[in-house]
Design a protein around this ligand. Structure first.
Ligand code: GLA
Length: 387
């Protein structure tokens, strides 16, 4: 049996979403969920060439590039107008010299460069949108050396999302440069149905806020569409808030673990130039990043809810093991038990703690651990004989 479905059957999960029979977009990009940094969550409209250069330098110095964070994406507000030929014009005060030299700088650091636009008439911050200019914008981005485009959905009243996003997909394909296509219509037009044939990732939710309640609301929404995810085509529950100050470190560990378990894009959204050690330890946890980046490309799912607010989530991995998150949504520290049966295993299995970076031993039928309030224990479970 096809390994992805075999793994799902093992998890005992039904088909939550029937995939569109149309073949997925094959631009050969984002075979694992995109990783990088985006300006919006921390900086909003306060973007500049200087910020991007400093961020690129910090991503290298701080080890983010080597941990897999590759795309450096400028979100809304870089653009101010169109010129006489219809090309987008960058803010000349904030981006003196325009985007090309900045893309060159980012590339010279071994990173990739991303920009934001909007499929409607104006961006969410009322900058020129791409509607009606799909071809020229795709060409312009390709000429500037753009590797990733996020396309938003503001000022799109009366437009059909699958049609508009397909237009830009086709324009990007014609522009002759490999460009990851990030669809951002907030899950408002069932993008899990047409996203796989249109883009490399699609938002399933509204915007994240740097708050526990927001993070878990997006988790629960994004979890519903797990069956749509596959290599090259990912559900996007929005960018990371890790390090932005609105949640505790336990909450940020939960946020990061669950995004990795869901094979979500890992786009850091903090100020990486001034990152405290606690934030660094979360974003640079290579064992958790490896779960996100696993080549099987399956989105993990909720598999067990032993009590209200106590959950077990599992993600099949390419080597036959499972990533498992014991998730305590309650405000009290408590013990959570994951049974091997719930994650699709029968015999004894080895357990490695991905936050403590420690092998915990072999367990015959289940694993239990004390989990902090609003926190997780994340392990990798490998069957000892068969599975
Ligand atoms: C929308 C998007 C956000 C961000 C802002 C920028 O709200 O969902 O991710 O890009 O626009 O204005």
């Amino acid at each position: 049996m096809f390994p992805r479905f075999a793994a799902l059957m093992c998890l005992g999960l039904g088909l939550a979403v029937v995939r569109d029979p149309a073949p997925p977009l094959d631009n050969r990009l984002a075979r694992t969920p995109p990783m990088g940094w985006n300006s919006w969550n921390h900086f909003g409209c306060d973007v500049s060439a200087q910020l991007i250069r400093e961020t690129a330098d910090a991503m290298i110095k701080g080890g983010m590039r080597d941990a897999g964070y590759q795309y450096l994406v400028i979100d809304d507000c870089w653009q101010v107008a169109r010129d006489a030929t219809g090309r987008l014009v960058a803010d000349s005060v904030r981006f003196p010299g325009g985007m090309k030299p900045l893309a060159d700088y980012v590339h010279s650091k071994g990173l990739k460069f991303g920009l934001y636009t909007d499929a409607g008439r104006q961006t969410c911050q009322r900058r020129p949108g791409t509607y009606g200019s799909e071809e020229i914008d795709a060409r312009t981005f390709a000429e500037w050396g753009v590797d990733y485009v996020k396309e938003d959905w503001c000022d799109s009243e009366g437009l059909d999302a699958p049609t508009q996003y397909a237009k830009f997909r086709d324009a990007l394909a014609k522009a002759g440069r490999p460009i990851v296509f990030s669809i951002c219509e907030w899950g408002s037009n069932r993008p899990w149905e047409w996203g796989p044939r249109t883009g490399n990732l699609w938002r399933t939710t509204g915007d994240i806020g740097d708050r526990w309640a927001s993070m878990i609301a997006l988790l629960d929404l994004n979890a519903q569409y797990a069956m749509a995810a596959a290599p090259g085509a990912w559900n996007d529950p929005d960018m990371l808030e890790v390090g932005n100050g609105g949640m505790t470190d336990d909450e940020y560990r939960a946020h990061f673990s669950l995004w990795a378990l869901m094979a979500a894009p890992l786009m850091a959204g903090n100020d990486v130039r001034t990152m405290p050690a606690a934030t660094r330890d979360i974003l640079l946890n290579k064992e958790v990043v490896a779960v996100d980046q696993d080549t099987l490309g399956m989105q993990g799912m909720l598999v067990q809810e032993p009590a209200p607010d106590l959950q077990v989530w599992a993600k099949p991995l390419s080597d036959g093991s499972r990533a498992v998150v014991l998730f305590n949504r309650s405000a009290l520290q408590t013990v959570i038990t994951a049974s091997w049966r719930a994650i699709g295993f029968r015999g004894p299995a080895r357990v490695r703690d991905l936050w403590a970076h420690a092998d915990l031993g072999t367990f015959p039928a289940r694993f239990m651990a004390t989990v902090p309030a609003h926190g997780v224990v994340m392990v990798r479970v490998t069957p000892v004989t068969g599975g």
